[in-house]
Ligand binder design. Structure first.
Ligand code: NAD
Ligand code: MG
Length: 407
């Protein structure tokens, strides 16, 4: 089905009311930067885990009606600070409040930019309430894709991808089939090509990978991002998650999606058609571009990003990924082919392994070993209820933690 934006967009003259889930993070702050450039948006709610100082500054500047802190002590501190400054912001605490502000009847658009599985419940709530949902939180879709896309088709929520590759694919697909939940097969499309920078270790000698530090892994050559996605980019699990994300968003099998290394991150992805035409979307590597695209869709508006200067960009290179160097990408491809709860298990094990690496308890090269170990021990089932997904997620986390503790 093709959902209509009119069902969620604000009426003419009234600003669009936004809830930003994960407003203090990299995507959250880029979103607020874009929003501040345009008058047609009103920030209804901001949410964060525990970053009080950043949230207080955002409350001063954007005057939301609600600010949610998942951490209760952080919520107390924020509430005291808002009161002492006379800010008319209602501070809410706990993860249930995320669901309340994502599904509130006054909200038109929800930016889903929490990192990891914590974003699933509020993002799904926004879909269930037929909001326009801008999806950055790929883990939510990877862990519960069938359920999530079923809810999009049932409710007519408008789901627009923020991940730069998926936003690019959205722009390159035929207009009649690009919306998530569309019943149309993609006419004339031969394959989708997901580009990947290859991260900071694309050419590093293999023997140094075991001693890589979190600071080195988080230093991405082209993008400035949160720590978890930076590690995912360094292992290329990010591209494995994105392959699964593309399959769910665009209703295609993994065999229709290829991964291509493109170190410059200028071509954000491509769609190849049966006549040999390839349509690519290009732009500066700046997340404000896909954010502005999705916020304004189906119109266009400025993003604040630098315009692309191809004469000075230098050569654009492309090559096949090396699956021996990036075993996490291979694991992502396997989970995409297996389907059912395999992506849920992959995602959960990866979240635990990355947290352990960032905490200095596991090596960079342990990450794929932990995930492969968990995947080998668990039996996949069809992922048709939230119960099954939550069980698979919990069991995978427990097993992954046991692997981390053993190392
Ligand atoms: P980040 O770590 O910078 O920010 C995460 C946000 O989520 C913060 O506001 C934090 O307070 C909040 N948060 C963290 N844990 C939480 C919890 N348990 N409950 C509620 N809120 C919590 O992350 P980011 O880089 O902005 O990435 C956010 C999402 O967007 C991720 O899913 C990532 O894969 C995706 N994404 C990011 C980029 C990028 O350029 N940063 C690009 C594409 C996709
Ligand atoms: Mg991406």
């Amino acid at each position: 089905m093709t959902a209509s934006v009119a069902s969620t967009a604000s009426s003419p003259g009234r600003p669009q009311a936004l809830t930003l889930l994960g407003s203090t993070g990299s995507i959250g702050t880029s979103t607020l930067d874009v929003v501040a450039r345009h008058e047609q948006y009103r920030v209804f709610a901001l949410t964060a885990n525990d970053s009080v100082d950043v949230m207080l500054e955002q409350c001063r500047r954007f005057q939301p009606r609600f600010a949610v802190m998942v951490n209760e002590q952080a919520a107390d501190r924020l509430a005291r600070a808002c009161r002492s400054e006379g800010l008319a912001v209602e501070v809410l605490a706990g993860s249930d409040a995320l669901i309340d502000v994502a599904s509130h009847p006054e909200v038109d658009t929800v930016m889903a930019a929490i990192v990891g599985s914590a974003g699933l419940a509020p993002t799904l709530a926004a879909v269930e309430h037929s909001k326009k949902v801008l999806l950055a939180n790929k883990e939510a879709l990877v862990m519960a894709g069938d359920l999530f896309m079923g809810a999009v088709a049932r409710t007519g929520a408008v789901l627009l991808p923020i991940d730069s590759e998926h936003n690019a694919i959205f722009q390159c697909l035929p207009p009649e089939s690009r919306l998530a939940g569309s019943a149309n097969p993609h006419p004339g499309v031969r394959r989708i090509v997901l580009t990947a920078s290859g991260g900071p270790f694309r050419d590093a000698p293999l023997e140094v990978l075991a001693t890589v530090t979190p600071a080195q892994a988080c230093k991405h050559p082209n993008w400035s991002m949160g720590r978890k996605i930076s590690v995912d980019s360094a292992t290329m699990m990010n591209k494995g998650l994105e392959l699964i994300e593309a399959c769910f968003l665009f209703g295609v099998g993994p065999d229709l999606v290829d991964v291509l290394i493109h170190p410059q991150s200028i071509v954000h992805s491509m769609v190849e058609y049966v006549d040999g035409s390839v349509i690519a979307q290009m732009g500066s590597p700046d997340m404000r571009v896909p954010i502005a695209h999705a916020l304004a869709w189906p119109e266009r508006m400025s993003s604040g990003a630098a315009f692309l200067d191809l004469a000075r960009a230098g050569a654009l290179e492309f090559s096949d990924p090396d699956l021996a160097r990036f075993p996490c990408l291979r694991l992502g491809m396997e989970a995409a082919r297996e389907g059912g709860t395999a992506p849920t298990i992959l995602n959960a094990a990866n979240e635990v392994a990355v947290a352990s690496f960032l905490a200095g308890r596991s090596r960079f090269t342990d990450i794929p070993v932990i995930i492969a170990g968990v995947m080998a021990q668990m039996t996949c089932r069809s992922a048709d209820s939230l119960d099954i997904i939550q069980q698979a997620d919990a069991q995978a986390r427990e097993l992954a933690q046991a692997f981390c503790d053993r190392n």
